[in-house]
Design a protein around this ligand. Structure first.
Ligand code: SAM
Length: 293
């Protein structure tokens, strides 16, 4: 993952965007490189994005732009739900998704299930700008385990919002079954009738076939399915998100309604607001007809 790319670059990480295109990010420092039971973990310091977490060679989040990803993943569904008291997060090892969920005053409990306990400890130690102490919030309950097994064993009709913040559907094996039809069936089972779920869904442009697989599995389980995406500079693509519910429609909220909820719940944000919300559901998600996955 960390190669000498050439004198003009010096040490850098080379991240595969597709099998034929890469992103080269020049490094200031390799802070940590280790292998946990589940994945290769690098914590690096970069010139363009500050400190970053990489898993199996893929940038997961960076100091410079993680707020764009985490606010766009979390708030459209949390704001659409009238009173999100019981929230489940699957994945999100850095703790930033947990941080964003806990900003909503109605939240009574945020359960975060991540398969990799070593990664959570690394995040606590090296990525404090991501979690900002969220792991210590009395409403947070962090469970280390496979999200697929947890959801299958969980009680029915428990959660108002379910947020799936997993590694990409086309990256490593450990998350692949959490993009399946069966998994979304179980997610729906553990949601309350007016619950809403959202998942990060990688990138529709570079991985159209994988994206369509995830989308069809969500559509097979939920009546209302809304797709959106947002440019994340350090990913060098627009990250896709897909929300599903039988009752709630994030695309049905107008700018004033979103801003009213943000104000009532006193949610402090850097990017997301009523305008951002509307723009997310107005933009068309694109798929390359040139790239063959
Ligand atoms: N922001 C990243 C992105 O956009 O790709 C993803 C966030 S996070 C780093 C991905 C998390 O998914 C990791 O913490 C990883 O341990 C977790 N994960 C992967 N497979 C899992 C599984 N089967 N159950 C629970 N967590 C899983």
């Amino acid at each position: 993952m960390v190669n000498k790319v050439g004198l003009k670059y010096g040490p850098a990480v080379i991240e595969g965007v597709t099998k034929d295109s890469v992103l080269i990010v020049r490094l200031k420092e390799l802070i940590l490189a280790t292998r946990t039971k589940f994945q290769e973990v690098q914590v690096v310091s970069t010139y363009d994005f500050g400190r970053a977490l990489m898993l199996d060679g893929y940038i997961q989040s960076t100091e410079a732009d993680e707020f764009m990803y985490h606010e766009t993943l979390v708030h459209p569904s949390m704001v659409t739900h009238p009173s999100p008291q019981q929230v489940l997060i699957v994945g999100g090892g850095e703790g930033a998704t947990l941080r964003e969920v806990l900003k909503h005053s109605p939240v009574k409990e945020a359960v975060m299930v991540d398969i990799d306990g070593e990664l959570v400890e690394i995040s606590k130690k090296y990525l404090d700008f991501m979690h900002k102490g969220a792991f210590d919030d009395p409403r947070a309950k962090v469970i280390i385990g496979d999200g697929y097994e947890f959801v299958k064993r969980e009680n029915s009709s428990k959660y108002d919002v379910v947020i799936l913040d997993l590694t990409d559907p086309y990256s490593t094996e450990i998350a692949s079954k959490l993009y399946s039809r069966e998994f979304y069936y179980e997610v729906k089972r553990i949601m309350k009738r007016n619950g809403i779920m959202v998942t990060q869904a990688g990138n529709s442009y570079f991985y159209p076939r994988t994206y369509d697989y995830v989308l069809s599995n969500i559509k097979a389980n939920f009546r209302i399915v809304r797709e959106y995406w947002y440019w994340i500079p350090s990913f060098s693509y627009a990250c896709n998100f897909i929300a599903g519910s039988d009752v709630l429609d994030p695309a049905g909220m107008n700018e004033d309604e979103v801003n009213k909820v943000i104000k009532e719940r006193n949610v402090k944000l850097r990017l997301y607001d009523g305008k951002h919300h509307i723009s997310l559901f107005k933009s068309r998600v694109l798929k390359s007809d040139f790239i063959r996955e």
